[in-house]
Design a protein around this ligand. Structure first.
Ligand code: GAP
Length: 447
């Protein structure tokens, strides 16, 4: 089992992920993806899109604006209920999410329940708490020409929120898609994009961020078929996580969320938990959102959200099943799944055993020696051949060959191709395998 510090350190050392705006001291809960992180993140997002959207006839894509009319969040319930329990230590003034500093309590914990647990402040060690207050996690901003000294009413009138979930960008476009594509139920609308949450305590590297990327599907179904569709989508999530992404099946655990802990819109939720290096944490959620969102939008907008059955002519508001996954949480699951330490020739080796379809580079090409022009020239020729075929191919002529292998192992490159003096004679190259470290000779024509 890997440990989180090792993964954080590898991410920084090899250019996967850097702390957000680190040069100015950083900003809690934000992270920047470096050159290798971008490739892996994009591959994860593309795999999801290909699996859930492009390869299916019942899915449509959406890319909605992040800034949405504030009535969106009134209808969705986020203005009134998207809040975490905040508690302040009266001694040192530190603020915490109450359900994260004590075991066995839920997000709906009351002040009295919390006080009865006799929790000590994680910062100063004292036990002197203020009341539990609900803290709304939406980031607000102002739209248009609003100045800081404008009156409160104008400020309030122009307030807007950075979306806390991508889902609402889908719901507000349900009717547009219905009126332009006339899909038959069941069908899904999928979206990938940024979501923002003013988390009280961002933590655990990229697991709980203030800015994250979500991949969500709202799957619209006939109300009396929700259970069977829930099962279909539940199995699809396993198929995607285990077969497309290669996560270990025994590291994925389903957790049936009890009613008191479910989001305000859900009648059933299964959290897919993953064995992260720092413990079991939520990777993604599958929720039955009923007609909660569409009915609230109908009420708030005055527009009908009804669907007319093409065969029976019956009209009703569809119900919704929602699989929702955070890209960063998937990214960390993939890295911790792949992170391995072993020993090669008596030396510790770090190797990322990423599946070939996710590795940032599929091949690394090197000349055995960089000061031999004839080797470099031949290696460049081989590099071009592979690059044309596989795109994600890297070139490395730094250090000695052992160091190059270690570097490529750490970033998960499955194969290293080396051009040596024999290549000039027999036009074959050495291919070295990342996981076994075994080497074979292959003619260039068979690459
Ligand atoms: N639309 C439903 C929804 O947003 P959620 O359980 O709040 O439900 C869905 O979030 C997923 O988004 C989570 O399972 C997680 O993968 C990801 N996510 C949520 N908050 C996050 C955060 N602060 N940082 C990173 N990922 C987050």
């Amino acid at each position: 089992m890997s440990n989180l510090e090792d993964i954080v350190s590898l991410c920084k050392r090899r250019g996967f992920i850097f702390p957000g705006s680190e040069i100015y001291g950083g900003m809690a809960g934000t992270w920047d993806f470096g050159p290798l992180g971008v490739i892996l993140k994009k591959k994860l997002m593309d795999s999801w899109w290909s699996f859930f959207v492009e390869s299916r006839d019942d899915m449509y894509g959406i890319d909605a604006a992040i800034l949405m009319n504030p009535r969106t969040w009134v209808a969705s319930g986020h203005t009134s209920t998207f809040a975490d329990p905040l508690v302040e230590c009266k001694e040192c003034k530190s603020r915490f999410r109450a359900d994260k500093i004590a075991d066995g309590i839920s997000e709906s914990v009351t002040s009295e329940e919390f006080l009865n647990l006799h929790v000590k402040c994680p910062v100063c060690g004292k036990e002197n708490w203020g009341p539990i207050r609900k803290f709304n996690m939406m980031f607000s901003t102002h739209i248009g020409a609003v100045l800081p000294d404008d009156d409160a009413e104008l400020m309030e009138k122009n307030v807007a929120y950075l979306r806390p979930e991508t889902a609402q960008g889908i719901f507000v476009n349900y009717k547009n898609v219905l009126d332009t594509f006339y899909p038959s139920l069941p069908f899904g609308l999928a979206q990938q994009g940024k979501a923002f949450r003013n988390e009280i305590s961002p933590r655990d590297f990229i697991l709980r961020d203030r800015e994250c990327s979500q991949m969500e599907i709202e799957y619209f179904v006939k109300p009396d078929t929700w259970e069977e569709n829930f099962e279909v989508l539940r199995n699809l999530q396993h198929d995607f996580l285990e077969n497309m992404i290669g996560l270990r099946a025994d590291f994925i655990h389903e957790y049936e969320v009890p009613a008191e802990d479910r989001a305000h819109y859900s009648k059933r939720t299964i959290d897919f938990m993953f064995d992260y290096p720092n413990g079991l944490e939520e990777l993604m959620g599958l929720a039955y959102r009923t007609d909660f969102d569409l009915s609230n939008i109908a009420r708030e907008s005055g527009k009908s959200m009804e669907y007319r059955d093409k065969v029976t002519g019956e009209t009703f508001v569809p119900h919704v099943i929602e699989p929702s996954i955070g890209v960063e949480r998937l990214f960390l699951a993939v890295l911790s799944n792949a992170y391995t330490e072993d020993e090669v020739n008596g030396e510790k080796r770090v190797v990322l055993k990423l599946p070939e379809n996710l590795a940032p580079y599929r091949f690394c090409v090197s000349p055995l020696l960089k000061n031999k022009p004839e080797l470099v020239e031949k290696a460049k020729e081989v590099y071009q051949i592979l690059r044309e075929k596989y795109k994600n191919v890297t070139w490395d002529d730094s250090g000695n060959i052992g160091k190059r292998y270690r570097k490529q192992d750490e970033i998960g490159t499955p194969k290293c191709v080396v051009i040596d003096f024999d290549t000039l004679e027999d036009n074959s190259v050495t291919i070295r395998d990342r996981d076994t470290t075994k080497q074979i000779r292959v003619p260039v024509s068979e690459l």
